[in-house]
Design a protein around this ligand. Sequence first.
Ligand SMILES: *Cc1c(COP(=O)(O)O)cnc(C)c1O
Length: 375
Amino acid sequence: MTIAFIDLAAQQARIKDKIDARIQTVLAHGKYIMGPEVVELEGKLAAFCGAKHALTCANGTDALQLALMALEAKSGDAVFCPSFTFAATAEIVPMTGATPVFVDVRPDSYNMDPESLKAAIIHARSLGLNPAGVIPVDLFGLPADYDEIETIARENGMWVVADSAQGFGGTYKARTTGSIGDIATTSFFPAKPLGCYGDGGALFTSNDALADKIRSFRVHGKGSHKYDNARIGINSRLDTLQAAILLEKLAIFPDEIIARQRVAARYNEALAGLIEVPRVGNDRSSIWAQYTLRTRAGQDRDAIMAALKQAGIPSVVYYPLPLHRQTAYRDFPQPPGGLPQSEALSQSVFSLPMHPYLDEETSDTVIRGLKAALS
Ligand SMILES: *Cc1c(COP(=O)(O)O)cnc(C)c1O
């Protein structure tokens, strides 16, 4: 038996007829760029998360870049992002001319540490940079500490872009990710909680002026029409075919969220006490993009993962090297004390198979395999 880390085939089997029909509709009407399915999807995405505007684009990285373009990030600006994240979070900052300044994460949630953010702001000012914005990440699907981060941002005149590439579908207090921050972004990369069959992304905002700018930037900075160039933009649209596929996936997403919670709860119950299981504050819910464990002192991650592999159980390390240690990013500023939590996590975390179609028998196999690996 082979266990899938993420089982996209099981989901496809469930809705294949509907996806096929949607694809046939697109082939029949032929509006491959910005077709009616894109408009329908944007309406449904906005309704799902409670944002006024949902704007789709080509991928989650472009979504972040479009957000920073709309917020006018520029040379001399400091944009704060965690070091323990996927590279795209920081990658788009120098694209705008701004400087990414790394912030450490909390040891319990793995998300941006508001105290480290405060220290990084002071440090950025000492370097002559203007604190302009912050990009908290909903790492592994868990919403960041938005109240604390938004308060710090307000006090310093900064905007907040929520990188919910992994977190779309999670909740934070009375809010749903997507409706948080000046702009929130997500990714529809196939392995994300809500994924399409290729690349895709979206931005969310309730600010009309920002929405208008994003609409312009994603189509070459168009003004009143396509051949009126009001600003320098990019070409970043979601294909109509991908929107059609996403419409059917979004329809079953609420049901999949419940299934993800069930899988995570089963893991948590069996593994708590044996290894560090993910902690979710009772004011929020994770969408479980990943189910990530952390080893305790004396537990050897590499040996555990090797034993799992022997038992046919896949596990993956997200992320083996924090960004501030990467060749491309190591010269950007970080707080004076360094980023010890990001470094410790990169040495101690690993993720188990997680998807809505992981049945009890399979999760029990994973649990048994891990218990054996730990003993
Ligand atoms: C996947 C991801 C992105 C980028 O999304 P793409 O669609 O792959 O461009 C950005 N940020 C985080 C945290 C991600 O996990």
